[in-house]
Design a protein around this ligand. Sequence first.
Ligand code: ATP
Ligand code: MG
Length: 214
Amino acid sequence: MTDITIALSKGRIFEDTAPLLKAAGIIALDDPESSRKLILSTNRANVHLIIVRASDVPTYVQYGAADLGIAGKDVLIEHGGSGLYQPLDLNIARCRMMVAVPEGFDYDSAVRQGARLRIATKYVQTAREHFAGKGVHVDLIKLYGSMELAPLVGLADAIVDLVSSGNTLKANNLVAVEEIMPISARLIVNQAALKLKRDIIQPVLDAFSEAVKQ
Ligand code: ATP
Ligand code: MG
């Protein structure tokens, strides 16, 4: 029997994914949140889950180490999406990619006056495209987390980050001034696997697609 492997990350994405997997008849035998295992068996002998860093999901799927995966649009844009088929917006882990600045910083006039802005972000690719599209000159500073700190200590004028409730911004006296794009998690499929294992992958895609419509 052909096996398939699905790459997932812990946390937010897994929480929202478990009901979709269930709709496809797939139930993890261990809880990924508490288990230290990185390869999890499921109720279906030929379906395996691997637990990886959110930003590594597209890489595992691109190289065929996983056949399917679930990754945020933010992560997919930074990765570039090569070798990946992206058939479905799962509408989960929704948030917004935003530009945020310290309260009192006049972003609009800085942009109008053609100031060169220092932007700290984990999402360098997304930020580069966004500001290039607006004709704003920026110096991008790559960070791996806690972007909110950067403007508070003079590392940057503004940040590009994901925002959902806005509570983290508020707690650090930052305000969102521009939406770059809405973000949600997507199903991704290795293009070669889709051809070679269509009989087993297609029913999973169909079940996900039905569950998303509910
Ligand atoms: P790590 O925490 O391991 O460094 P990460 O920060 O990428 O990795 P998460 O914070 O779990 O991992 O985020 C995973 C995905 O969830 C993101 O790629 C994004 O698509 C989505 N996400 C991130 N922040 C939010 C949020 N505030 N609300 C909703 N979805 C979010
Ligand atoms: Mg995180």
